[in-house]
Every structure is written in structure tokens, then in C-alpha cells.
Write a protein that binds this ligand. Structure first.
Ligand code: SF4
Length: 342
């Protein structure tokens, strides 16, 4: 009989799987797996030796395997290349901020969205990650941090993939991560990033989980946005902004609009003016991200002067705006640089 991986199951799924064992056994095992980072039944010492043996005959507990780890020179960013059962690999990034440890996970192997500045989409989409695989990225980093008495404090789903295309698995993972038998992570500490899949933004509203929504805008006109983000031909700026406004209205949470600054492409004062105009009256933040180099892409970063002028224009026109402090660019762990290898 083929052994089954217990990692990624909810408590209810564990109870069913382990039936007719009493339900409290499932709870004990969940705590070992998700809270103590234990993957060997031998170490689960509140289970009898016989039970441990029986479990090991039918099951195993496996997280993604570490293939490669890269640390930035300032030691604030660590990028992990992780491998799943079928050999697929993704990158997961740990960022040590002064407000805590933030982890950026991937939601798909590759990406079909084709954004022109992004490395993750260069080979298209391979497959969705399961809820268990995404949780595996997080528990892997949690186990890594446990050694130094630290933990994962915030989560961003902004790595490789478009999370709202893998909607059901992402929601299942978030609900699992929120349970007190896993990390009990508050939804308020989670950010989901999307390139603007409008129907899925509405589904997210219906889920009633107060996560922060981050929408990649990257251009203030449909013409320019379509040139750098093919998804704009399916869901244009007006539709995306309307869905964002609905999200803010229903959840009461400010939406973050990401705007990657591409030197000479979308970084002039006229672009800033157009952006301020389309965001007028929105409960929103704008996060400016000077583009990070990707070998296969031709975009160049904005000049310091251009990004400062863009920032100040928005600021003085009533827009909440920040410029992202970029982390991990020296290990290709920054925005738009993630891929399936290092
Ligand atoms: S930016 Fe996000 S949605 Fe666009 S191609 Fe990259 S991973 Fe996909």
C-alpha cells in the first residue's frame, strides 16, 4: 500500500483519515506537525510506541525539501529554493524587518500572466500549488526560525504565481494557517497580491476574511498597462479599480496599489498626474517599486530623481504613497525576480 503524506491535512481531515482512532489523537499529531516542526512519528512521544509504529507503516509527514539557500549580504533576506514531491521547485523568501519576520510565498509553479517585467512568468505556468504545499513553505520557514527562537509574523502571497487564479487552494491554506492547531496567524497579518483578476477579487470579498489586498496597477492608462500586463485586456483599469473600491468599502481595509517604476516607461510627471487622477477618492495606498533587474528583461530602473519626483507628486496630490524599501535584490529575491531556480 502506498504511504500517504499527512502534512497539509486539516484537523477534520486528519480525524477522518485516522479513524477509528479517537479524535484527540488527530489533535496531538496536528500539534506535532504544525506547531513543533516534527516530521518523524518516533519523536511524537505522547503516542504509544505501538501507535507510532502503526502510523509509520501507513503514513509519513513531509515538508518541501530545501534545494538551495541564499542569504543577502546584509543578512536581512534569505531565499529558499524548495522542492515538492513531484520535483517541482519554487522560491520562498524570508525578510527580517524591524517589525518582525515576513515571509513571501509562491502560489503556483511558474505563472501564466506574462507581466513583461517579471522573471516568474518566463516559462509560463507549470501547475498550481496545493494548500498543503503552500502551508509547507510557511512551516518550513517557521521551523528554520524556531532554531533561533523566532517565528513567522506576517505573510505575503506575492511570490511566483497569481494567487487568485489558484483561489480555492489559497483560501484553504489561509483558513488552515489561521487555526489554533497550526500557527494561528491572524488574517490581518496576511497580504494577497493580484494582477487584477476581477471576479476573484469579488469572491475574496465574499470569503469575509480581513486580509490586505494588494493590486498590481503598474500603469495609469489602459494603453500602457496592456503593453506591460497582458491581463489588462481581460480586466481593464476601470474594472480593476471598481473591484478594488468595492473591496475597500466592504472590508473597510485600505487597498494597496503596487506601481513598479520602469525607467522611461511609466515614471514621468504626466504618469504621476494620471495615476493621482484615477485614484482620486479611493481608500488606497500606492506602493512605488523601482524595477529590479531581470536578465531576460530590458527594463531599466528609474533615476533616483524620477522616482523622488513621482513620489512627491502623488504625496502632494492627496495620495497615500510609499517607496518600497527593496530587500534581497543581491540574491534575486526581490519583487519580480523570483523563478523556479536560483
Ligand atoms: S508579476 Fe505576478 S502575476 Fe505578473 S507574471 Fe509575475 S508572478 Fe505572474
Amino acid at each position: 500500500m502506498k504511504k500517504k503524506n499527512l502534512f497539509g491535512l486539516t484537523l477534520e481531515e486528519l480525524e477522518t483519515e485516522l479513524s477509528p482512532l479517537p479524535k484527540f489523537r488527530a489533535k496531538q499529531i496536528a500539534a506535532w506537525i504544525y506547531q513543533r516542526g516534527v516530521t518523524s512519528f518516533d519523536e511524537m512521544n505522547d503516542l504509544s510506541k505501538n501507535l507510532r509504529g502503526e502510523l509509520a507503516e501507513k503514513y509519513f509527514v513531509q515538508l518541501p525539501q530545501l534545494v538551495k539557500q541564499l542569504d543577502s549580504t546584509d543578512n536581512l533576506t534569505t531565499k529558499f529554493l524548495l522542492k515538492f514531491d513531484d520535483g517541482a521547485t519554487v522560491e520562498t523568501v524570508l525578510m527580517r524587518h524591524d517589525y518582525g519576520n515576513s515571509i513571501c510565498i509562491s502560489s503556483q509553479v511558474g505563472c501564466a500572466m506574462g507581466c513583461k517585467f517579471c522573471a516568474s512568468t518566463l516559462k509560463g505556468l507549470d501547475r498550481n500549488l496545493t494548500a498543503g504545499e503552500m502551508l509547507g513553505e510557511i512551516i518550513f520557514v517557521q521551523n528554520f526560525l524556531r532554531v533561533v527562537n523566532q517565528k513567522v509574523d506576517t505573510l505575503v502571497i506575492m511570490g511566483t504565481g497569481e494567487p487568485l487564479v489558484n483561489f480555492d487552494n489559497v483560501i484553504k491554506m489561509l483558513r488552515l494557517l489561521h487555526k489554533d492547531y497550526t500557527l494561528g496567524l491572524s488574517y490581518r497579518k496576511v497580504t494577497i497580491s493580484t494582477c487584477g483578476i476581477v471576479p476573484a477579487i469579488r469572491r475574496l470579498i465574499d470569503e469575509q476574511i480581513p486580509v490586505t489586498l494588494s493590486i498590481s496597477l503598474h500603469a495609469p492608462t489602459n494603453k500602457l498597462r496592456s503593453e506591460i500586463m497582458p491581463i489588462n485586456s481581460a480586466f481593464n483599469l476601470k474594472e480593476v479599480l471598481k473591484a478594488g473600491a468595492e473591496y475597500a468599502e466592504v472590508t473597510g481595509r485600505r487597498v494597496t496599489y503596487e506601481y513598479i517604476l520602469l525607467g522611461g516607461v511609466n515614471d514621468t510627471e504626466e504618469h504621476a498626474r494620471q495615476l493621482a487622477k484615477i485614484l482620486d477618492g479611493q481608500l488606497a495606498n500606492v506602493n512605488l517599486i523601482p524595477v529590479n533587474p531581470v536578465i531576460e528583461r530590458n527594463f531599466k530602473p528609474p533615476t533616483h530623481n524620477a522616482s523622488q519626483k513621482f513620489f512627491h507628486f502623488l504625496l502632494t496630490h492627496g495620495i497615500n504613497v510609499t517607496i518600497r524599501k527593496e530587500m534581497g535584490a543581491d540574491v534575486n529575491a526581490a519583487c519580480g525576480q523570483l523563478r523556479a531556480n536560483s
